[in-house]
Ligand binder design. Structure first.
Ligand code: DGY
Length: 324
């Protein structure tokens, strides 16, 4: 049997490449950077399938340029880069990589929470600069974590993992969601509240909603104004859920105490002024960057793509309706 022609838009861990190799003739982006739009469109032309990344925009223009594609596997759980409606209209299956990065992402949200609340990065900078004058009673005072209130915005898999980790710190957990989730409440002892109540009562607000039209700029200046002035915001979901310019202004105006961010509104760019603030901790969209998580994503994406190429429903199909 002839091999399927596929495009892998950036090198992924070897476990995924090895799964694809026996059955696929692979064109791999030779650069360690996202493909440019022209590179993506010309390389996808004539391919049977594509393993793409969250940095690749997959839309009508892409499908027009790649008319033979009969499946796309996104190497990410978030899929706001995919036009699912357009793919569904064309009966092209899509998939993502849920579950395998849940723990890594929740761990990173906690790393950011600790780092910003306990001023780890600021302190590290002072130590390295050789300017620490020695112990002082008023130096680097930060937020209390044990016994504080954690507000989870989005009680999906990662929100639940974030909340579960709070048990060791005796925290009160609030959550907000489109719908009440009784299993989540039982599992982590969380209380369902409205968005405004969560903002007003939480000491730490952690964002775990997908990017959808309804969640874009969910956090605007007005929302920051409803938070406690002593509260911290953590975002490991998607950058555009926050209005980043409003966040910078809110931080400068003292509406909130600080923020820990792994994702940005216009990656890889950051809003001017953000990097100048000492009360933010910034990581480069690396919440899923652990050995097991990235391996798991590679295996999932490859497994999903192979299923789609065989004409089978992928385990993590995003538009199963096309088979109905
Ligand atoms: C995802 O999978 O959506 C993360 O943002 C990147 O791993």
């Amino acid at each position: 049997m002839a091999k399927w022609k596929i495009l892998v838009t950036r090198r992924i861990p070897e476990e995924g490449m090895a799964l694809l190799a026996p059955d696929c003739d692979i064109e791999l982006n030779p650069h360690d950077r996202p493909m440019t739009r022209p590179e993506l469109l010309s390389s996808a032309a004539g391919k049977d399938g594509v393993l793409c990344l969250l940095t690749d925009k997959i839309d009508a223009e892409f499908f027009d340029a790649a008319p033979k594609v009969r499946g796309l596997a996104n190497y990410a759980v978030g899929f706001d880069n995919l036009d699912v409606a357009e793919a569904t209209k064309r009966r092209i299956p899509l998939s993502n990589t849920p579950d395998v990065l849940t723990n890594a992402t929740a761990d990173m949200a906690w790393a950011l929470l600790f780092a910003v609340a306990r001023r780890v990065v600021e302190s590290d900078t002072v130590m390295r600069s050789g300017t620490w004058p020695g112990w002082g009673p008023l130096q680097f005072i930060g937020g209390d974590i044990t016994g504080a209130t954690l507000g989870i915005v989005g009680a999906g898999r990662i929100g639940a993992a974030m909340a579960a980790r709070s048990k060791g710190f005796g925290m009160t957990v609030l959550y907000t969601e489109a719908r009440r989730n009784e299993a989540f409440e039982k599992e982590v002892g969380a209380r369902f509240v409205g968005f405004d109540e969560l903002l007003g009562q939480s000491d730490y607000v952690s964002v775990h909603v997908p990017l959808l039209p309804g969640t874009r700029h969910l956090f605007n200046y007005e929302a920051f104004g409803k938070m406690k002035r002593t509260a911290y915001l953590i975002n490991t979901a998607r950058g555009p859920v926050l209005d980043e310019a409003a966040l910078v202004k809110a931080l400068k105006d003292g509406l909130i105490a600080g923020a820990g961010l792994d994702v940005y509104e216009r990656e890889p760019a950051m809003t001017e002024g953000l990097a100048d603030l000492s009360n933010v901790v910034l990581t480069p969209h690396t919440a899923s960057a652990t050995v097991a998580s990235r391996r798991g994503m590679a295996v999932k994406a490859a497994t999903n793509l192979l299923a789609m190429l065989r004409g089978e429903k992928a385990p993590d199909c995003l538009n199963p309706g096309i088979y109905g």
